[in-house]
Write a protein that binds this ligand. Structure first.
Ligand SMILES: [Zn+2]
Length: 307
């Protein structure tokens, strides 16, 4: 959402509270005590009350905002800044834009927003024809790693990321030129190079009726057990630019985006940054609807995991 439009839509805290209340009511309020879904809004208290057991639910209860002291408008501004460009924004820059005194709450809020994005992404599996490959992302060396390096062991830390892209081959009827059209992407940080990591990733992320393309790697030996067909191509320049085109485009874009905003990423946060990248990439045609979708993800919070 453009910042000018944000100011029009959300001029004050009340407008944000009203919006968030409607988002939650549309998704449905579930009573934590009795599971009842029918609620009344208590205007004077700014809470819902369960029509069965009278248990009260606050505006933030059960959402990603639950334990935050920041105004809802601050959350909304953060969501607008994080989604309004492909690139995203660093916590330092957002703190500056918000004029907030402390870095930590802003940083924590952004990670909650990323967690909501990641949870949303987990709801969907890729299907159809899928490219798979791996990319190596440089991360900041942890304290322990630094100590090891002093003793002459280890080098710059690199994390291995499994990247998957839905990719449909198309042929131009006039020219006969072949190309691949991409749809949804997924990126998962892998613990190591063992095949079981790839197996788990494929099982979780890809529909079993899919057709998977990859190059030849010992970690890909079991992929055919989890999908309909696994087509292996020998690594070559042609494979990189055609069969596995979109995974490579995504890997280089992700690296450029992440490096552009965050000079150093700690290994343990890499998945969160990749979740934000994929969430936005997969919704690249949403325009202004992206903000509302993110508000739903924030409102739903952890609930979908519970039931
Ligand atoms: Zn109840």
């Amino acid at each position: 959402m453009k910042i000018i439009k944000f100011i029009e839509n959300f001029p004050d805290e009340q407008s944000c509270r009203d919006h968030f209340r409607h988002v939650r009511e549309k998704e449905g309020i579930v009573c934590k005590r009795c599971g009842c879904e029918k609620h009344y809004w208590l205007k004077a208290k700014d809470m819902w009350q369960c029509s069965e057991c009278e248990f009260r639910t606050t505006l933030r209860s059960g959402t990603m905002m639950e334990n935050s002291n920041l105004p809802i408008r601050t959350w909304y501004l953060a969501m607008a800044f994080m989604t309004h460009s492909k690139k995203g924004i660093s916590a330092t820059e957002l703190q500056r834009q918000l004029g907030h005194k402390r870095y930590e709450p802003v940083w924590a809020m952004m990670h909650k927003i990323r967690a909501a994005m990641g949870q949303r992404e987990e709801l969907y599996q890729l299907e159809g024809m899928i490219e798979i490959d791996e990319g190596y992302f440089v991360t900041e060396t942890s304290k322990e790693d630094k100590e090891n390096q002093k003793r002459g062991r280890g080098s710059k830390k690199k994390k291995n990321v499994g990247v998957m892209a839905e990719s449909t081959p198309l042929e131009d009827l006039n020219t006969g030129k072949k190309s691949n059209q991409c749809r949804f992407f997924k990126m998962k940080v892998l613990e190591n190079h063992k095949a079981e990591n790839i197996d788990q990733m494929v099982e979780q992320s890809i529909d079993e009726k899919s057709i998977v393309f990859s190059d030849k790697s010992t970690s890909y030996v079991n992929i055919s057990e989890y999908v309909e067909v696994h087509i292996v191509e020998k690594s070559s320049e042609e494979v990189t630019t055609s069969t596995l085109k979109w995974v490579h485009v995504a890997i280089s874009n992700a690296k450029r985006t992440l490096l552009g905003i965050y000079h150093k990423i700690k290994g343990k946060y890499l998945q969160a940054y990749l979740d934000e990248f994929c969430y936005k990439l997969n919704r690249r045609y949403f325009g202004d609807r992206l903000f509302d979708r993110l508000a739903i993800a924030i409102a739903v919070g952890d609930w979908h995991k519970k039931g």
